[in-house]
Design a protein around this ligand. Structure first.
Ligand code: PLP
Length: 394
């Protein structure tokens, strides 16, 4: 276990600059590519649009197909509200509440679930407070805690890449008074591994009952493992649980920015003043349409899972260790430092994930289109020559 102190700005900037030089990229592009500050505000520098379009984009766990026809239609029809402040908004908040069987007072929307994660930090972390979670995980919560002069207590994963539930419980109990909230990403990013419903219950039952638990379900829609379940029912039980969801993944709207929290009304009331409320007219209509478009959602899910299974089987057949994933990405052991491997892929027009310390020899690969996965496998064969990575457990 180790704690992260408020970060040094000098160290951070230095790190980015070094990597920028290494990649030979303009700053905007690199921030995006590194996923250091991925949302919001990261961008591909102007002049690099063509290069961006040509890449197979397997670095950011996006949905490569984008919004469905029904969503595009709804968004196109919403242009007429572009010049308004108050306008019919597709009843998006009610649609989200109905989708989960909760009340309107249990919903807080944000410009992506990234905003929700920040709002939770602003609400429950003051200087000296702690967020308890694992590493590697979706680290923007930990960076944000540092920025707030709070602290992240990050626990290592277990040997099989699961989150260490007993350690999360005992650490939270030990630091009870100082813990602002516990952060569970389920399934986890970057490993794709779930926390089972029994494990979530164990956390909630065994930590002090007033400690909030933020459960980030960004990749919920891709899970097949029957031991997993959403934690929304805990909100209805009145537990201090905040579930974060996003329209960026299965619904293909990462560039449009819509996410939300489901939580007990009292927690939503505390969080609301910290949210900006800046969600655009188009994405509200697109989001409402997405929740109705079950066929579109199923199509993305089915195709993503088929392509993930096909690619990971090919890698396993070649002798590479792939961590079993329940998401639209997977991690493969490459037996070499990820920055080198990432550069090798980049030279072949394929963008893949950044390093996730301490898993510095595991590459995170997002599932793209069939053509993108073919390009990934062709690049893989060139780089690794069809031979298992050194030290791969197969
Ligand atoms: N949570 C997790 C686990 C993620 O992986 C991501 C993005 O990759 C986010 C939250 C933020 O997503 P967004 O702000 O686009 O909703």
């Amino acid at each position: 276990m180790y704690t992260r102190q408020p970060f040094s700005r000098r160290g951070f900037v230095g790190g980015v600059a070094t990597t920028l030089g290494y990649l030979g990229l303009k700053p905007g592009a690199d921030l995006w590519a590194q996923g250091l500050e991925p949302f919001p505000g990261a961008r591909v520098a102007s002049g690099l649009e063509d290069e961006y379009d040509d890449f197979a984009k397997l670095a950011n766990n996006e949905n490569p197909w984008g919004p469905s026809e029904a969503m595009l239609k709804a968004m196109n029809e919403a242009w007429k509200y572009a010049n308004r402040y108050g306008y019919p908004d597709g009843d998006i908040a009610d649609a989200i509440a109905a989708h989960h069987g909760v009340g309107r007072e249990n919903v807080l929307m944000g410009a992506g679930s990234g905003e929700i994660l920040r709002v939770v930090g602003l609400t429950f972390l003051q200087p000296g407070k702690k967020v308890v979670g694992v590493e590697p995980s979706y680290s923007s919560v930990y960076s944000h805690a540092s920025g707030l002069r709070a602290e992240a207590i990050t626990l290592p994963l277990l040997e099989d890449y699961r989150q260490d539930i007993p350690a999360i419980v005992s650490t939270t109990r030990r630091s009870h008074r100082d813990v602002g909230f516990v952060y569970l990403v389920n399934p986890n990013n970057p490993t794709g591994v779930v926390v089972s419903k029994d494990e979530v219950r164990r956390v909630l039952d065994e930590i002090p009952e007033d400690v909030p638990v933020l459960i980030d379900e960004a990749y919920h829609h891709y899970v097949e493992d029957p031991s997993y379940a959403t934690s929304v029912p805990y909100v209805l039980e009145g537990r201090p649980v905040i579930v974060a969801r996003t329209f960026s993944k299965i619904y293909g709207m990462a560039g449009m920015r819509l996410g939300y929290a489901i939580a007990p009304a009292e927690m939503i009331r505390r969080m609301r003043p910290y949210s900006t409320g800046t969600i655009n007219a188009l994405v509200k209509w697109g989001g409402a349409a997405a929740l109705k478009d079950h066929a579109g959602e199923q199509r993305v899910r089915r195709t993503t899972l088929e392509l993930r299974k096909k690619t990971t089987s090919q890698l396993r057949e070649m002798g590479h260790e792939v961590i079993p994933s329940e998401t639209n990405f997977f991690m493969v052991h490459v037996g070499r430092p990820v920055p080198e491997v990432r550069d090798d892929f980049r030279k072949r027009g394929v963008l893949v994930g950044r390093p996730f310390p301490p898993m510095t020899e595991h590459l995170r690969v997002s599932v793209g289109t069939e053509q993108e996965m073919d390009r990934f496998m062709a690049a893989w064969r060139q780089i690794f020559g069809g031979v298992a990575a050194a030290g791969s457990r197969g």
